[in-house]
Design a binder for this molecule. Structure first.
Ligand code: PGA
Length: 250
């Protein structure tokens, strides 16, 4: 089993701080056979991080991109600017949907743009606490997934991250059972959407939301969870390396 671990640094770390953290992580990691690590620093650190990571097993991702072609879009970052340095891009994160008004159709355009630019989108979906309590989980997952995947080919390379909003940055993660159950639902939705059998679904399905060195093993031992999207615990090299070391033992 090979796991995908994605570090989402969000709006943290100056370029200097990023270089220190990425160097510590890079020095502490050996080429483990069962884990692929992707680090998503802020835009301002991507180019210098790419230099540190030359010949490293660690890949880079960006936390967003614009779906527009290069041009008059003040403050935006195009896929063309990111693609030479990154392999992945996080799209549709709930913080972008909630704080920056990213609708499902914008997220879909970004996903298509990423694929067009040979970037692998990490597509975030998840319910808020009211939706879960009102029994709308299945509906929300289906809607978010189907709107994200519009126009995507069944051979396209992408990742899904299940991130329940109530678990992000709260210190209260979903239980491993809850997360596994939803990742299983997502896998079934992908099978239906693309008309594929279970064995043909190779899309990694990650869990994200208060993942830590204490709980990573419990999540990855579940049969439908292929990795994790990690926020706050990825900002500290000791904690992050301890997560990777734990995965080495699985
Ligand atoms: P967290 O963030 O690990 O701090 O909960 C996860 C995320 O937002 O991707």
């Amino acid at each position: 089993m090979s796991y995908l671990i994605v570090a989402n640094w969000k709006m943290n770390k100056t370029n200097q701080e990023s270089l220190e953290l990425i160097t510590e992580i890079n020095n502490g990691i050996h080429q483990a056979s069962n884990v692929k690590v992707v680090i998503c620093p802020p835009f301002t650190s991507i180019v210098s991080a790419a230099e540190v990571l030359q010949n490293s097993p660690i890949s880079l991702g960006s936390q967003n991109l614009s779906h527009e072609l290069p041009g008059a879009y003040t403050g935006e970052i195009s896929a063309e600017m990111i693609a030479p340095h990154c392999e992945y891009v996080i799209l549709g994160h709930s913080e972008r949907r909630m704080m920056y008004g990213e609708t499902s159709s914008i997220v879909n355009m970004k996903i298509l743009k990423a694929l067009d630019s040979k970037l692998i989108p990490i597509i975030c979906i998840g319910e808020n606490i009211d939706q879960r309590n009102e029994g709308k989980l299945d509906l929300i997952l289906k809607e978010m997934l189907e709107s994200s995947l519009m126009g995507i080919n069944k051979y396209d390379n992408f990742v899904i991250a299940y991130e329940p909003l109530w678990a992000i940055g709260t210190g209260i993660s979903a239980s491993p059972d809850q997360a596994n159950d939803v990742c299983n639902k997502i896998k079934k939705l992908l099978m239906d959407y693309f008309g594929k059998s279970s064995e043909d679904i190779t899309t990694p399905i990650l869990y994200g939301g208060s993942v830590s060195e204490e709980n990573i093993k419990d999540f990855l031992e579940q049969d439908c969870i292929d990795g994790a999207l990690i926020g706050s615990a990825s900002l500290n090299s000791e904690q992050f390396l301890s997560i990777i070391q734990t995965i080495d033992t699985l």
